[in-house]
Write a protein that binds this ligand. Sequence first.
Ligand SMILES: C[S@@+](CC[C@H](N)C(=O)[O-])C[C@H]1O[C@@H](n2cnc3c(N)ncnc32)[C@H](O)[C@@H]1O
Length: 258
Amino acid sequence: MFDEQLIVIGTGIRTVGQMTMESVGWIKRADKVLYIVSDPIAEELIKSLNPDGAESLFHLYGENKPRIQTYHEMIELALGYVRGGKRVCMAAYGHPGVFAYPTHESVRRARAEGFKARMLPGVSAEDCMFADLNFDPAMAGCQSYEATDFLVNGRQIDNTSNVILWQIGVLGDTTFKARAYDIKGMPQLLQKLYRYYSPYHDVYVYEAPIFPGVEPVIRKVPLYMLPQAGVSAISTLYIPPSAPTRSDLATVQAIGLA
Ligand SMILES: C[S@@+](CC[C@H](N)C(=O)[O-])C[C@H]1O[C@@H](n2cnc3c(N)ncnc32)[C@H](O)[C@@H]1O
């Protein structure tokens, strides 16, 4: 096993079945396990694997508090323990490096301060989506954007490709809400998507199951119905291609594919 002072692991989306043996080993071995998980099974498992070291970071979130402020508090807490000589394991749900700022930043900062730090991969919501929605990103490619970033930063869509929009349920809100988010940017998001798709193009609101034996939520709706599709903070949007692949025939011939 490596000799890291900071190790970042993921619990998977459905901890039972998706947490790796390697992650279990690191949780047991750490002096402190700082966890950012909201499902009770993952929390109980972490606490049972390391009863003395487990510490939830969830209390750092606050209603209407900017999430970035909470993330910086998480990073500071983790780095504080590392500087104090503790072996720290940060545990986040899903893949700890997918749409997860405090985990990446903790590794960067720890390394910059001369500590050994490493992130281990986990099973992300996107990995679950490939399985549950039965599509392969190799077929037609796959664009993956954070929904607010897609909307406000001039990102472009190739509608011959698969498209995944993350954090659709917190669109336009940079604060934390314990219950429902007010999805302020939805009309603007639809307007932008209509540049690429017909309002009648079918899209999928997807939620991977967190608990064993539970089916995924898969809501297929025409794009114009998205605001009524019951999007939540854990929903991810999948948009299948709406146009066929256009091959570049000159290149196809030049590399001997035809
Ligand atoms: C801060 S990101 C965390 C992603 C996580 N690190 C991962 O590996 O999937 C939160 C977003 O992930 C997606 N997500 C989280 N849980 C999900 C689930 N159970 N099913 C589908 N998407 C989920 C949603 O897009 C949500 O807004």
